[in-house]
Ligand binder design. Structure first.
Ligand code: AMP
Length: 280
């Protein structure tokens, strides 16, 4: 596996691969890799013959009171896991490389961030879209793989690609869960054993919402109440529970032909998110 730290070296390798006729897929991550990330690497491999993982804990997508400094960083373990999954290159730029002095450009969507995490984490998605476009420009991929676990991010990246005519196909990877249903997340490492138990309530709440919809409930007030109760009973705190249209991300009053449930909750001080398809 090639390890690359500069944008110039990454672009050079990408150019060489493209001239040789290879297709390139990128899997952007913030490291502290787990099975969720690795499933995306495997999915990328099915679609392209060169797979590039990126690890960059992007400072611009963290708010001032968020966990940028404490975010788990474990590059040796990450490298071993990427090697085991036959990743061709790891692009791991420094913050200075990505944001040199004088950097001032932002990529901003105007509508999709006005929901869910976008309303709770000011500036978060500007940070995400700006860094994803920069990563695409460094890696020159034909394909990029993102997880459904970060559903709003996936939809926002897809929209950016469409709006800016980027020649990149976005592939979605299903959410990988622990045996008890908890969505895998780098932030699960923050949880103590009690919090780890309480965290299951997020998935349980989503499953309950799906059961209610399957048995005919369409009123989203009832769905939100049911989800909130399950989370609060477990001792976690709801940041939001939402029933949304899966494309516009707008909140629904009534479950129609398409609906998705999304939750953000604080388990102790750790903020976790998850979502589930209710109807498609
Ligand atoms: P992160 O390192 O948290 O920024 O995530 C990097 C990529 O991995 C994003 O596309 C996430 O949606 C995806 N991802 C994170 N957790 C999971 C999971 N449990 N299952 C599938 N994909 C995931």
């Amino acid at each position: 596996m090639e390890k690359i730290e500069t944008i110039g070296a990454m672009q050079q390798l990408a150019r060489k691969w493209l001239l040789e006729g290879h297709t390139i897929a990128v899997v952007p991550t913030m490291g502290a890799l787990h099975q969720g990330h690795l499933s995306l690497i495997d999915l990328a491999r099915q679609h392209a013959d060169k797979v590039v993982a990126t690890i960059f804990v992007n400072p611009t997508q963290f708010g001032p009171n968020e966990d940028f400094d404490g975010y788990p960083r474990n590059s040796e373990a990450d490298e071993l896991q990427l090697q085991a999954h036959l990743t061709d290159a790891l692009f791991m730029p420094t913050s200075k490389e990505m944001y040199p002095d004088g950097f001032e450009t932002r990529v901003e969507l105007t509508r999709l961030p006005l929901h869910l995490c976008g309303m709770r984490r000011e500036g978060h998605f500007v940070g995400v879209t700006t860094v994803v476009l920069k990563l695409f420009n460094a890696v020159q991929p034909q394909l990029a793989v993102f997880g459904e676990k970060d559903y709003q991010q996936l939809m926002i990246v897809r929209k950016m690609v469409r709006d800016l005519n980027l020649p990149v196909e976005i592939i979605a990877g299903p959410t990988v869960r622990a045996e008890d249903g908890l969505a895998m997340s780098s932030r699960n490492r923050y949880l103590d054993i009690h919090e780890r138990k309480a965290a299951i309530s997020i998935y349980q709440a989503l499953v309950r919402a799906r059961q209610l919809v399957n048995s005919g409930t369409v009123d989203t007030i009832i769905l939100r109440q049911a989800m909130t109760e399950i989370i609060e009973q477990a001792g976690a705190n709801v940041d939001y529970v939402a029933v949304i249209h899966p494309e516009s991300l707008e909140e629904l009053n009534v479950v129609g032909a398409k609906a998705h449930a999304a939750i953000a909750a604080f388990v102790g001080r750790t903020r976790l998110i998850d979502n589930i398809r209710l109807k498609d």
